[in-house]
Write a protein that binds this ligand. Structure first.
Ligand SMILES: Nc1ncnc2c1ncn2[C@@H]1O[C@H](COP(=O)(O)OP(=O)(O)OP(=O)(O)O)[C@@H](O)[C@H]1O
Length: 310
């Protein structure tokens, strides 16, 4: 359906996008994941035809969108990272305003607005001013605007940033439902690996302008198939415990959050006794030690050396 071929975008000295190749098949939910500044938003702007690449091409149903963006624009909905709504208008007035921009006839507009309000669950708030909405409700309306002209393809740029867990779940379930029931194709960018695990058929992981891994969830986790994650919960921990683990020759990666430490070590190694010894020698009281298969977050850490939310 859509293909990006060797995309590059340079802003002065910054190579924001540096040779990105990706494709999206009809009916898929594709994840584009990466930390801040990885180049996700720039990639989305280019493949939405809002920004020209320094070089490379984007094809929508085999036609270059760089020469002919109109066909893509007709069939594409974009949910931008920044909320793009009029605060002093009601939800209904916002939808009507954007409906006019899409040049919907008044009959089509009222049917579509009704449908969209139901999808985003804001029927009861349709006459309320947007400035009275919570962050989650604004995000939902932002999605509603992108659905008005019945797009075939939708790009969502971190639609769950900064909202409460209930709205987040609502948005994730709406994305799944739109894909399943309306065969909407979705490109979804996020910092959250668990969202990608829940939603996406295929995933691209991006860092510093490059795609550093791609595939379905199992293929990506397979990158760490020779390794295991040991999750250590502690009652109390001395700094030397962490430092000794960090310096241990079998430890490939270590991540510490509060009273939990997770280390990636080769699968064939029995690390259990080693951890107990290091804890005893460094005044650390263990609560539990568990061995887990690698998560997508572990793969990310392994590939980039940093957490997705760093
Ligand atoms: N208009 C611009 N002018 C100059 N530099 C830019 C511009 N837009 C983006 N950049 C730089 O390009 C790089 C990639 O930015 P981009 O916003 O695409 O990343 P991102 O992965 O979407 O990050 P985030 O998750 O924070 O939105 C960053 O170093 C950013 O500072």
């Amino acid at each position: 359906m859509l293909e990006a071929l060797d995309l590059k975008k340079q802003f002065m000295k910054t190579k924001a996008v540096d040779g990105v190749n990706l494709f999206i098949e009809q009916g898929e939910i594709v994840g584009l994941l990466g930390p801040n500044g990885a180049g996700k938003s720039t990639t989305i702007s280019i493949i939405s035809s809002l920004l020209s690449p320094t070089s490379g091409d984007v094809r929508f149903f085999n036609e270059s969108i760089i020469k002919q963006p109109q066909y893509l624009r007709k069939h594409l909905g974009v949910v931008p990272q920044e909320i793009a709504l009029y605060e002093n208008l009601t939800a209904m007035e916002n939808l009507q305003f954007f409906g006019k921009i899409y040049r919907l006839s008044s009959d089509v507009m009222s049917t579509k607005i009704k449908e969209v309000l139901e999808i985003i669950g804001l029927q009861e708030k349709q006459h309320d001013l947007v400035k009275t909405f919570s962050g989650g409700m604004k995000r939902r309306l932002n999605i509603g605007v992108a659905l008005l002209h019945e797009p075939k393809l939708i790009f969502m740029d971190e639609p769950t940033v900064g909202i409460d867990p209930q709205s987040r779940k609502y948005i994730l379930d709406t994305v799944k439902r739109l894909n399943r029931e309306q065969n909407l194709t979705i490109l979804y960018t996020s910092h959250y690996m668990e969202e990608a695990e829940y939603l996406c058929d295929r995933i691209y992981i991006m860092d510093q302008g490059h795609i550093i891994a791609s595939g379905n969830k199992n293929e990506i986790k397979g990158i760490l198939s020779a390794e295991q994650t040991v999750v250590i919960e502690v009652e109390t921990m001395e700094e030397t415990f962490l430092n000794t683990l960090k310096d241990h020759p079998s430890v490939r990666q270590i991540d510490n959050q509060d009273k939990s430490v997770s280390v990636i070590v080769p699968r064939e190694i029995d690390f259990f006794q080693t951890i107990i010894n290091i804890a005893n020698e460094n005044g650390t009281i263990l609560k539990s030690v568990q061995i887990q298969p690698p998560s997508l977050e572990d793969v990310f850490l392994h590939l980039t050396g940093k957490g997705l939310r760093d």
